[in-house]
Design a protein around this ligand. Structure first.
Ligand SMILES: O=C(O)CCC(=O)C(=O)O
Ligand SMILES: [Fe+2]
Length: 295
């Protein structure tokens, strides 16, 4: 008899059942210890052709939204400045994005990190072509101040839509265990060339799911291979820090008269709320909170 069979702690007992059913114990341990894990395609319980449909839907959405032609992902050479635009909020573009968001293995791991009340926050693509630069080390738990480590507040569950075979594919890289630091990177820590933190690359077959505690530091390296890297990034979060009422509709006259009120009301923030229309002036103060509770 296992502890879960007593059914005295349903939030965990039910999750244990799913973890066992999908053979995820090793991934749960990796999430706890390293802050990230990669689940291979054969464990993902996806329907036939899922990852091909997902990759095609991402490419189609990027072509339509940005008025470009990408074509075959193995040979495409779209200019990076066009493929990184208008990439958020894909759920209603194609039902394959819903399939991606509610995949049972994905959801089990998300609930392990964020509890049963975890909510879906957003999806965006990464389309990375030959010559595209990497990204510095950062945490995705924007706005979570140091001191709030211990539990995951958000997570990133990314579908790998093309093979990441080596560093030449321009993959994400991670600092294992960095979620235990419970803070975002400081400016002098983020340059991958200069930082003393050691990283592991995300090597995975198309159809895998890479999932990490949002606090786990990660970066990406430049892509030198031809063709494009395609990824569907999905953010989930705990639901507890939502405002009780949407004050964004407050009358502009009132906000103009009381600038302090305008500051407190807080326009939706990238990447968590109004991803189509973020207020750039608020992004870096928000992210800086990740390094200082008084920021
Ligand atoms: O893999 C990458 O290109 C970076 C991904 C990243 O930082 C993210 O999805 O949060
Ligand atoms: Fe990130």
């Amino acid at each position: 008899m296992s502890l879960a069979d007593y059914q005295v702690y349903p939030d965990v007992d039910n999750l244990m059942g799913e973890i066992r059913k999908y053979d995820l114990f090793e991934h749960i341990v990796e999430l706890q210890a390293y802050g990230m894990t990669v689940v291979p395609p054969e464990k993902m319980q996806t329907s036939d052709g899922f990852i091909d449909r997902l990759r095609a839907a991402i490419i189609r959405a990027c072509e339509v939204r940005n008025g470009i032609t990408i074509g075959d992902y193995r040979t495409a050479t779209p200019p990076p400045k066009h493929t990184f635009r208008n990439s958020w909020d894909l759920l209603e573009e194609d039902e394959v994005f819903v399939e991606a968001a509610i995949n049972p293995v994905n959801v089990t791991l998300v609930r392990w990190l964020l509890g049963q009340s975890a909510v879906f926050s957003g999806q965006t693509w990464i389309i990375k072509s030959q010559g595209a630069q990497g990204l510095g080390l950062h945490s995705d738990s924007h706005g979570i101040p140091p001191g709030a480590g211990h539990i995951a507040h958000m997570c990133n569950a990314s579908w790998i839509c093309t093979d990441y075979t080596s560093a030449d594919d321009g993959p994400t890289v991670f600092v294992p265990g960095s979620h235990h630091f419970g803070r975002a990177t400081l400016p002098h820590e983020s340059d991958l060339e200069k930082t003393s933190f050691k990283t592991v690359p995300l090597i995975a077959k198309a159809g895998s799911l890479a999932i990490w505690n949002g606090a786990t530091w990660h970066a990406s390296v430049a892509r030198t291979n031809p063709g494009i890297r395609v990824t569907l990034v999905q953010n989930y979060m705990r639901s507890y820090m939502r405002v009780q009422h949407n004050y964004e509709g407050t009358s502009p006259q009132l906000l103009l008269k009381y600038p302090e009120l305008a500051l407190l009301i807080g326009k939706a923030l990238y990447p968590y709320e109004d991803s189509q229309n973020p207020d750039p002036g608020r992004i870096s103060p928000f992210m800086r909170t990740g390094t200082d509770p008084f920021a």
